[in-house]
Design a protein around this ligand. Structure first.
Ligand SMILES: [Zn+2]
Length: 318
């Protein structure tokens, strides 16, 4: 492991890959819940065994909690500005998720620190539809939810858009502390998806969707029916924005450990293995949605599992 994991935490980091600049803008950071409850197939011992490198970024020994960032990846590619995932958002009513209800963060100031004004954003990617990935799709203006990025096309997986549409009902699968995914995402469709659709900004895609010569969205259903991976291939360099296919580096050691709120657990596990094998075999940088600290890593195969090859060498912005 390189030294990145030991440096102070930052909110805006950047790295170049081929012709694409990647900048990380953190919205929120914190402990979510006891890790062995969040990740099916792990025990308290799984986390204890690895505490020497899971602390301080990925796990809190005192509370045994899994730690996560909410964040947006800002890509500059072929002259356009592309946001990957939009965090929790401000002012959202999430009755069953108190830590994310009525947030008031300075996320838009952090975006500005990364050189991004909302009207300059060309494309917004939601890797999947969960309340912590679509929040800044919209903001409250004069009592109405409107697109935060008024000139952007929002690329939303059709399968997720339809799955979460209350008119279609919703199958309730995983749960955490008695909260299932449908309850945890209450009001999300109405406040973060529908306004984008009604303003004519939503592009509902399926199977795969090229963004430009460097970037393509690929379907990877499991965590949600529309979960996607954004693949970057530019100047011989590769990266995979994997959304919630990987939440914690413990899933490298234990690829079958799945987040409890995944809609189709066996499919989510298959997609993670497939993605990690591809990343290892093609030296692609893996950029999960929520990884704190170093934020991204190259991985290698290790028997039937995986290991960190090296953390991403991000540089601070400004
Ligand atoms: Zn998430």
């Amino acid at each position: 492991m390189s030294g990145t994991a030991c440096e102070p935490e930052r909110f805006v980091d950047t790295i170049e890959m081929g012709e694409v600049t990647i900048t990380r803008v953190v919205e929120w950071q914190g402990a979510i819940a006891p890790a062995e409850e969040v990740f099916l197939g792990t025990t308290a011992q799984t986390w204890q065994r690895n505490r020497n490198w899971l602390e301080p970024h990925f796990w809190d020994a005192r509370s045994t909690s899994f730690k996560a960032y909410m964040q947006t990846w800002v890509l500059r590619s072929e002259g356009r500005t592309i946001l990957v995932d939009t965090g929790v958002g401000n002012g959202k009513e999430r009755p069953s998720m108190p830590p994310w209800s009525h947030l008031e963060t300075d996320f838009l100031d952090r975006l500005a620190a990364a050189g991004v004004a909302p009207e300059e954003v060309d494309v917004v990617v939601n890797t999947h539809v969960h309340a912590d990935h679509v929040g800044w799709n919209t903001q409250l203006v004069d009592g109405r939810w409107v697109p935060t990025f008024p000139n952007a096309r929002y690329l939303i997986p059709r399968a997720d858009f339809e799955y979460w549409n209350p008119l279609n009902g919703h199958a309730k699968h995983g749960s955490l502390g008695g909260i299932n995914a449908a309850v945890g995402n209450q009001y999300m469709f109405e406040d973060s998806l529908l306004p984008v659709h009604e303003h004519g900004r939503a592009v509902l895609w399926e199977d795969s969707h090229p963004i430009d010569r460097n970037l393509v969205l690929e379907s990877a259903p499991g965590h949600t029916p529309g979960s996607a991976v954004l693949a970057l291939d530019s100047g011989g360099e590769r990266a995979l924005f994997v959304g919630d296919l990987l939440h914690t580096p413990v899933q490298l050691l234990e690829p079958d450990a799945e987040a409890c709120l995944s809609e189709d657990v066996p499919a989510a596990i298959r997609q993670r293995r497939r993605m990690l094998e591809r990343a290892a075999d093609t030296s692609a940088l893996v950029l999960p949605a929520h990884l704190p600290g170093p934020g991204a890593a190259e991985v290698r195969r290790n028997g039937g599992a995986f290991a960190i090859q090296r953390w991403a060498p991000f540089s601070p912005v400004g």
